[in-house]
Design a protein around this ligand. Structure first.
Ligand code: HEM
Length: 437
């Protein structure tokens, strides 16, 4: 019982308080000030020592809930999704119903298969360079260019300016140029995502949800050739695939991608040798920023150090036999990514910035590690390749043209363990144009 209480107090509550669906800036700031993720990781390490055979079944009066404690359990759960480990867990269904009730993430059976196939096709999930890259990259170049030009006088970059540019990128890539200025759509989604932080504890804002989903449908029908949504327009629109309802997840998930990009910029601003490697890669790049493996690895490192999906959730659809006991049906299973990503026992230098980790075969195939920023197995994020392509191309534009100095350099000392929390909303940079650019 004490272990359950400690887990709830030190791991679960601080993570949920930060806002699982829409981050709460004040809670992010508090988490960084009090080093809450470091405490969570330490608690998980302690639990894993106490229980060498996981997963740990918590003693909760109101629900059956297990927590993965060892990498082998993570791999088993994620590889055996969606059956018997369904991603459509009760709390996720409660949360996502606020803005995407028919999305693949909370679908089951034949609907899940059809929606997943549609997502993989539209996002070009298995290709490092998306087939629409030639349309996307000019958008990135233009928006990054405008962002830097707009900072010429002040020479200061903060989250608000960065995210404004990033949001435009997202709307243009998802729907085309005609949606570039539709800040109202983003604002409506933000409202609904804030509710979603409370899962089913918050009553549904049915009118706002209907208005939001209707705008998404209209935008999909008006989507321009060369945009992500355009490929869905041609689809038959059957309720089984629910094409328009797959789009809110894109709009939503590009938001954490922006945070990861901003944190990567902070890592590069504070890690000279890695920045040099990036610039070397850019100087030799023949792909016009379509494929930048080292810069992609830097983004993956930012996501390892500060995963934007810290809790990967599953729920058993029947009993599951483990070597050391039976897990009941309808049991939640939680993978707490920061613990696996930062466990120095499994990964030497886990608290340092090491892009090399992701070069070549990468850590995906190591059974002793569970580095899962995009999850793994059949439910793995189908946007992974697209995200890495777009974020690396955006960063390339920024660091090629400008030197960025972190305004509070002490937050990221290259020789010290990197902090377990890094609040992206409070990062800011001073810009210096690079000579000859
Ligand atoms: C930093 C950016 C992102 C990260 C770290 C990320 C990570 C994840 C994770 C951890 C999952 C859950 C998988 C699971 O439960 O096992 C997921 C699901 C998903 N992501 Fe992403 N994601 C990102 C951005 C995106 C973007 C930009 C898109 C689309 C444009 C996208 C599309 C999806 C979809 C459709 C799913 C549901 C997959 C399914 O249920 O089969 N993601 N993502």
């Amino acid at each position: 019982m004490r272990d359950t209480a400690a887990f709830i107090a030190e791991v679960f509550l601080p993570t949920v308080a930060k806002g699982p669906i829409k981050r709460r800036p004040r809670m992010e700031a508090a988490a960084e000030r009090f080093g809450l993720d470091a405490r969570a990781v330490a608690r998980m390490q302690k639990l894993s020592r106490t229980y060498p055979e996981g997963p740990l079944l918590l003693r909760l009066p109101f629900r059956k809930q297990a927590v993965a404690l060892h990498p082998s359990e993570v791999h088993l759960v994620l590889e055996n999704s969606p059956d018997p480990f369904s991603p459509a867990s009760s709390e996720k269904r409660g949360a996502l119903a606020h803005f995407e009730p028919r999305n693949v993430l909370i679908s089951t059976g034949g609907e899940r298969s059809a929606r997943r196939a549609l997502q993989e096709q539209a996002l070009d999930a298995h290709s490092p360079v998306h087939h629409l890259a030639r349309h996307f990259l000019p958008v990135i170049n233009e928006e990054a260019g405008h962002l830097i030009a707009g900072l010429a006088e002040e020479k200061q970059l903060d989250w608000e300016q960065f995210s404004g540019a990033w949001d435009r990128v997202v709307r243009r890539i998802v729907f085309g140029n005609n949606a570039a200025d539709d800040v109202d759509l983003t604002a409506k989604l933000t409202r609904l995502r804030k509710d979603a932080n409370w899962s089913s504890l918050k009553p549904m804002r049915s009118t706002t949800r209907a208005a939001f989903l209707s705008t998404v449908r209209q935008r999909m029908l008006a989507a321009e050739p060369g945009s992500l949504a355009h490929s869905l327009k041609a689809h038959d629109g059957s309720p089984k695939t629910a094409p328009a309802d797959q789009i809110p997840q894109w709009l939503f998930a590009f938001d954490p991608a922006g945070m990861a990009t901003f944190r990567t910029l902070a890592l590069l601003a504070s890690h000279g040798p890695q920045l040099q490697s990036v610039r070397l890669e850019l100087s030799r790049d023949a792909s016009e920023h379509h494929h930048l493996p080292y810069l992609r690895a830097c983004v993956l490192e930012s996501l390892r150090l500060w995963p934007t999906t810290p809790m990967i959730l599953r729920q058993t659809i029947r009993e599951v036999q483990w070597p050391h006991g039976m897990m009941p049906g309808n049991c939640g299973v939680l993978v707490f990514a920061p613990y696996f990503h930062r466990d120095v026992r499994a990964l030497p230098g886990a608290e340092l910035f090491q892009p090399e980790l992701w070069i070549g075969q990468g850590p995906d195939h190591s059974p002793d590690l569970a580095l899962v920023p995009f999850s793994e197995g059949p439910v793995r994020c189908p946007g992974r390749q697209l995200v890495l392509m777009l974020t690396s191309a955006f960063l390339a534009q920024l660091v090629e043209r400008t030197d960025f100095l972190l305004n509070e350099p002490k937050r990221l000392e290259p020789t010290e363990p990197l902090p377990a929390n890094l609040n992206p909303f409070s990062l800011s940079f001073t810009l210096h144009p690079r000579e000859g650019r």
